[in-house]
Design a protein around this ligand. Structure first.
Ligand SMILES: O=c1ccn([C@@H]2O[C@H](COP(=O)(O)OP(=O)(O)O[C@H]3O[C@H](CO)[C@@H](O)[C@H](O)[C@H]3O)[C@@H](O)[C@H]2O)c(=O)[nH]1
Ligand SMILES: [Mn+2]
Length: 737
């Protein structure tokens, strides 16, 4: 290797940052004008306005301020976006690479099909990394014997066929299911091999995969979650599956271990953050770097570990580098992507932007994190009692904190395995700092965001975002409305939990991070509060329209231009971002629509959930996202049709607001015609029209569709009832105020 060549480079996206900064400047000037216009109204003599008008203006102005505030926080992402390239070929030889532990989480075989989990496990074993330095752990929060059973089968298949095949032919997709049955499968291996030899081998491995698949499916038929059990930890190797059962090649393999921590229904287990137990892996392999993967995110590029090491091994950035984050990418996104399941903005705009500051947030899966960074600070020469206060009573674990710790002989190893039982017990963490300062933090259900904030960036660790052309990991995106809304509600709840706590980034962050980084974290914590302005803009101007109260300047007023500019400028900035990151006009509309839909549903319920938790009226919960495929739902999704089969709680806000807008649009236009106040009412009419158009799928689902995915008549009836009450009560109040 030539030592003079850098392991990685970055590039500041100059044109984007110029466009972004100019836009920020222009748009904020317009916002200032808007604020001036509103304030001016409140200082006018009271004769020109009545109470109901003042009240409506006040509500709308408050919401405009909230919206502008969140927008302003978001400008930090746009300040200095960068992109990076890594050069794994320039890494030192294999002997110098540090070891990596891969932690894969699964929680519920009824929602996370065992075969899919095994594919992820197998793909991690097929990573292109020295096998003696790679250790794969599956954390089974479901505590299912069948998962362990399936893992033994996976080990046999991986060791006997799959891993040797990948190594011999340079197969890139580590996931056998995707390789044999996915879209890309057939043409990724090196062509230096005789084609016939390769084809023969491929057929053989495919055959073996089908056998394995059959066995795994059979095994997992009667899987049942067990929430009351002692810890089960097993290192899987030939001795535990009986030798000579299968022919196949004997190759050196990465370590594979099954970990199911103790669970008791009466004791809190802190969901995924609790499942990502670093202690067991410290006893067995104790690698200095840890890759975290969700069970549905398989390795799509075997070189990801080497790419990550290009950053971790660069002496210039390594001392302060906490983790390398890869984007979440999905293999099941349709061409139209009606629900914006790919979270384009997060992984194409926001994380690039944070990368140019102190680095992106921890994003749940696909990151290579430094073990030491998760261990808080007292490590170096703390006294033993102090260390126990942090890390718990295990002497063996505390010994492992000294780096280069390795189990030596066989006997020692078996006593360590006993120690892992103790380390995986519920009681172990009592009176310690696990989850509070050490490891993945328990405070919020968005453990990733919170750990990134408190344990990484606020402690001075930096991160980098590595987004190579070939996706390093691919997962199953949520592609039906119900799962998507449930998932977003959980995220909103977790984020608001942080926003309302003493860890609120805007209070906790400024002394510990740069102001721009603080703004980014703040934007994420506060964006669920979009529900306030969006609910308000979807009801108040409409109610006022129906009652002939103008809340926006009339067409001839100079400030009409200001409002129009703000509206157009924010839409066109979003359009520019969508188009410049490979999206289309359609994606732009979809994203706008999903933003509105999520704001009035998930963000509302998530925020309420967080507030109730705060007041002690509710306990935290984490419903794992469903990963089981339903053919009917997939068909609707592929056709780009909304699937409204979800709870009426999530659905009715959409229907109510649509009806409210529809009635006020008709009523308001009629009224404006009669009273000839069209110019004053123009913006309100336009706003209703715009929102109704954006919400077209809802109207279609209410009136035109007959299939299973339509909006059920019961929800429509309920919504008609509620919107009528809202409009009549609202009108009464406005009339008599
Ligand atoms: O009690 C639990 C609950 C979940 N999980 C695992 O956590 C992972 C993520 O759960 P999932 O249901 O897939 O949630 P998503 O909403 O898809 O996850 C996103 O959001 C989470 C935070 O809300 C992050 O942890 C994830 O990495 C991120 O992909 C899965 O592998 C689960 O098996 C557990 O191990 N224990
Ligand atoms: Mn997931």
């Amino acid at each position: 290797m030539d030592n003079t060549l850098p392991l990685h480079l970055y590039h500041v996206n100059k044109s984007s940052s110029i466009i972004n900064r100019s836009h920020t400047l222009l748009h904020s000037s317009a916002l200032m004008a808007l604020i001036y216009y509103r304030l001016d109204f409140f200082f006018q003599p009271t004769k020109t306005r009545n109470i109901s008008m003042t009240f409506s203006w006040f509500l709308i102005f408050t919401c405009e301020l909230i919206l502008s505030f969140i927008w302003l926080l978001g400008q930090a992402y746009r300040f200095r976006p960068i992109s990076r390239t890594a050069f794994p070929v320039r890494l030192p030889g294999d002997v110098e690479l540090p070891a990596v532990d891969v932690l894969i989480c699964t929680a519920d075989p009824t929602k996370e099909p065992t075969l899919e989990v095994m594919n992820t496990v197998i793909s991690a074993m097929a990573l292109d990394y020295p096998p003696d330095k790679l250790h794969v752990y599956l954390s089974d929060d479901g505590g299912c014997a069948v998962t362990l059973e399936a893992m033994r089968e996976a080990w046999k298949f991986a060791k006997g066929y799959w891993v040797p095949f990948c190594r011999a032919y340079g197969v890139k997709i580590g996931c056998p299911e995707a390789y044999f049955f996915g879209a890309e499968g057939n043409n990724t291996e090196s062509s230096t091999w005789g084609i016939t030899e390769f084809m023969a081998e491929r057929e053989k491995v495919k055959d073996k995969y089908e056998n394995f698949k059959g066995r795994a499916m059979r095994i997992s038929q009667n899987s049942k979650v067990n929430r009351d059990h002692s810890p089960v930890i097993e290192v899987i190797n030939d001795s535990c599956i009986g030798e000579g059962s299968e022919e196949g090649k004997a190759e050196e393999m990465p370590l594979l271990a099954y970990v199911s921590r103790e669970k008791r229904p009466s004791l809190p287990h802190h969901f995924k953050a609790g499942a990502l137990n670093l202690r067991v892996s410290a006893m067995i392999s104790n690698s200095p770097y840890v890759l975290v993967l969700d069970c549905d995110m398989y390795c799509n590029d075997p070189t990801s570990a080497r790419q990550a090491m290009c950053f971790h091994l660069d002496p210039k950035i390594s001392p302060s580098l906490g983790f390398v984050q890869f984007p979440q990418k999905f293999y099941n996104i349709s061409r139209t992507d009606i629900y914006d399941s790919q979270l384009r903005s997060v992984f194409k705009i926001l994380w690039q932007g944070m990368d140019g500051l102190e680095g992106p947030c921890v994003s749940g899966t696909g990151f290579y994190i430094k073990r030491e960074a998760l261990y808080a600070n007292p490590i170096k020469d703390g006294d033993i009692m102090e260390l126990k206060r942090y890390f718990g009573p295990s002497n063996e674990f505390i010994k492992s904190l000294g780096w280069h710790y390795k189990h030596s002989d066989h006997q020692h190893f078996s006593s360590l395995m006993k120690e892992t039982q103790f380390l995986a017990s519920c009681a172990y963490e009592n009176q310690t700092k696990w989850g509070k300062e050490v490891g993945f933090l328990y405070f919020s259900v968005v453990e990733d965001y919170f750990t990134g904030l408190v344990n990484m960036h606020c402690k001075g660790w930096k991160s980098v975002f590595c987004d190579p052309a070939r996706p390093a990991f691919l997962g199953a995106g949520t592609t039906n409305l119900n799962d998507l809304l449930v998932q977003s509600t959980r995220w909103s709840s977790g984020l608001v939990e942080v926003a309302l706590s003493r860890f609120c980034p805007l209070i906790y962050g400024p002394k510990k991070m740069s102001i721009l980084q603080t703004m980014c974290y703040g934007e994420l914590a506060f964006f669920p509060f979009y529900f306030l302005p969006l609910w308000c803009f979807a009801t108040i101007p409409q109610l006022c329209l129906l009652n002939g109260i103008a809340v926006y300047p009339e067409v001839s007023n100079w400030f009409f231009m200001v409002f129009s500019f703000i509206f157009l400028s924010s839409l066109s900035k979003h359009l520019q971002e969508v188009l410049s990151t490979g999206g289309s006009m359609m994606s732009w509309i979809n994203e706008q629509r999903m933003w509105m839909i999520k704001s009035v549903t998930c963000h509302l319920y998530g925020s309420l959930d967080a507030i109730m938790k705060r007041l002690g009226m509710k306990e935290a919960s984490f419903l794992p996202t469903n990963k089981v495929i339903n053919d009917e739902q997939i068909r609707l999704y592929q056709m780009g049709k909304f699937d409204f089969q979800t709870s009426s709680t999530l659905l009715s806000p959409l229907v109510i607001l649509t009806i409210v807008k529809f009635i006020s649009f008709i009523g308001g236009v009629t009224r404006a015609m009669i009273t000839r106040k069209f110019s004053e009412m123009f913006m309100q009419v336009f706003l209703s029209f715009f929102i109704v158009t954006m919400g077209y799928p809802v109207i279609e689902g209410m009136i035109l569709r007959k299939d299973k995915g339509r909006i059920p008549p019961s929800v429509i009836a309920l919504s008609v009832f509620i919107s009528t009450i809202f409009l009549s009560l609202g009108s009464l109040i406005l009339m008599y105020l």
